[in-house]
Design a protein around this ligand. Structure first.
Ligand code: BYC
Length: 469
């Protein structure tokens, strides 16, 4: 079904024919806009931003581009098309028809997962709220705003499911999603990474590379869900998520390119010299990577999780791209887990969080390889590397086990003492903040980042992507 933009809430779910649901969502809409005004991008309401908006949900023509003031963005409800005769592809209900309504006995589990997913979306907008003040270019400012409006739309996606399928509980949860805030001492966001401040653009690029990629894997596993509306919602969200990860990968790549240019100009790789020429030295980039990668690893939950086992068994959440596996039931299969006490064999269903995490790590490696090719081509021996998944963990079997970034166990005293060699120190952060000066002349870039290879939607890099007004 195509998207109906003539209604107050754009949608392709025939909202007009469900007056009760429509009214409930129209009641939530002004609260969302109020939240956007208070917690969304700072001082951005008057800006005209070159944004893409969904027009259809098929792969060919979902996006249209145009200049929009963000508060007027048409946030709405877009589900990927229904697949006829779809059956559940995993777990105890393998082969049964998918559900159009939530089965009563799975209600609270589904609600918990939808709320957790929904909570991350406004959280990220809150985390990134002040970045516009230090944007390195109009091109980057536009990308930030694009990511922000789409995270807002992802919130709409989860709120629709809560309203349409969870009655009064769902409506209450939808309100709560606007009341918790990133980093709030009393009402923080649910998952720890979404309470970390993102106060500089290097963190933003790392977040969109590493944390949005967790989003990709979680959405892929929910896109397999036996609850068809959740699966269809997540399938469409994935198309938006791809741009967010592009922002991360190309962003970090451009920071590295600029650093390499400066290293060539000054004929030195000495971090102090690189910094004194306004670029971000490679070891600092590695420390930011260590921070955001390890924090994002925690988002997959514990290595051994009865919640994950029951999600898989009952048809809530599968492995990403479940069809790539032979065994979709995993009733007796086991998984070899590395624990601080040594190798341990656990039921595969219980290890589903770890299966996801390992696929995620492989996917993270791809960008690191590309960045290292840049460094190698420039003739330097330095190589970026993902730290061990056992390093600096706060959730699961490795939580609070002191290791170095290679995963070698070390004493707690050494761990605490050396942590500032491994993740950004106060002085790294203050240096990085110091170089983040706002650049808003069309086509101009801040000194710490190279220009992108191309502009948005075939426009030139120096196009005025945001008119600040
Ligand atoms: N921080 O059995 P456990 C995205 C909780 S990102 C704090 O180990 P389980 C995006 C857990 O909730 C994708 N708490 O794991 C990216 C549980 O608490 P309760 C977001 C944590 O249950 C960028 C308890 O510990 N989507 O979209 O299998 C920008 C025991 O849990 C953490 C999802 O996460 C943590 N890191 O949970 C914008 C998908 N980890 O309920 C957006 C939905 C675990 O016992 N969520 N806990 O009080 C899920 O599928 C699951 O909830 C988890 C793993 C993946 C989080």
């Amino acid at each position: 079904m195509s998207i109906n933009y003539s209604e107050r809430i754009p949608n392709n779910v025939d909202l007009a024919n469900d007056r009760t649901l429509q009214r409930a969502l129209e009641h939530w809409q002004p609260k969302f806009l109020e939240w956007w005004k208070e917690m969304g991008p700072y001082e951005s309401a008057a800006a005209d931003v070159y944004l893409r908006t969904a027009t259809g949900v098929d792969a060919q023509g979902w996006a249209t581009y145009g200049s929009v003031k963000m508060p007027d963005y048409r946030w709405g409800i877009f589900l990927a098309d229904q697949v006829a005769d779809r059956t559940i592809g995993f777990g105890d209900h393998f082969g049964e028809p998918v559900w159009q309504q939530v089965p009563g006995e799975l209600r609270s589990q589904f609600r918990r997962i939808i709320v957790t997913q929904g909570d991350t979306e406004p959280a990220s907008v809150e985390q990134q709220r002040r970045l516009g003040l230090t944007c390195p270019s109009l091109y980057d400012l536009r990308n930030l705003f694009q990511v922000n409006v789409e995270e807002g739309r992802h919130l709409w996606a989860m709120v629709y499911l809560l309203h349409a399928h969870f009655g009064r509980d769902g409506r209450e949860e939808a309100e709560e999603l606007l009341l918790r805030h990133s980093g709030d001492v009393d009402k923080p966001r649910i998952l720890a990474t979404f309470n970390e401040p993102i106060s500089d653009w290097l963190s933003f690029f790392m977040f969109t590379y590493f944390t949005d990629r967790d989003g990709k894997f979680q959405l892929k596993s929910m896109a397999e869900s036996g609850f068809d509306p959740l699966a269809r919602t997540c399938r469409f969200m994935l198309t938006e998520e791809a741009h967010h990860m592009f922002v991360g990968e190309s962003g970090v790549g451009r920071v590295i390119r600029r650093t390499l240019e400066v290293m060539k100009e000054i004929g030195s790789d000495d971090p102090t010299a690189v910094r004194s020429h306004g670029a971000i030295d490679l070891p600092t980039i590695q420390r930011y990577m260590n921070f955001w990668f390890t924090s994002s690893l925690d988002l997959f939950g514990s290595e051994v999780s009865s919640n994950a086992a029951s999600s898989f068994a009952s048809g809530i959440k599968a492995r990403p791209d479940e069809s790539q596996y032979q065994d979709h039931v995993c009733g007796d299969a086991t998984f070899a887990l590395e624990t601080p006490q040594g190798p341990e064999s656990v039921g595969l269903r219980n290890a589903m969080n770890e299966v996801l995490r390992q696929s995620y790590i492989k996917d993270c490696e791809i960008g690191i390889k590309r960045w290292n090719v840049q460094i190698q081509r420039a003739g330097h021996d330095f190589r970026l590397a993902l730290p061990s998944p056992h390093f600096r963990r706060s959730i699961g079997a490795w939580a609070n086990v002191p290791t170095d970034p290679r995963g070698k166990p070390i004493g707690r005293e050494e761990y605490e003492r050396r942590m500032l060699e491994w993740i950004p120190s106060e002085s790294d952060r203050s240096f990085v903040h110091g170089v983040m000066k706002r650049v808003v002349a069309p086509g101009k870039m801040a000194a710490w980042i190279a220009p992108p290879d191309r502009g948005i939607n075939s426009l030139a890099v120096d196009y005025e992507y945001v008119k600040l007004n």
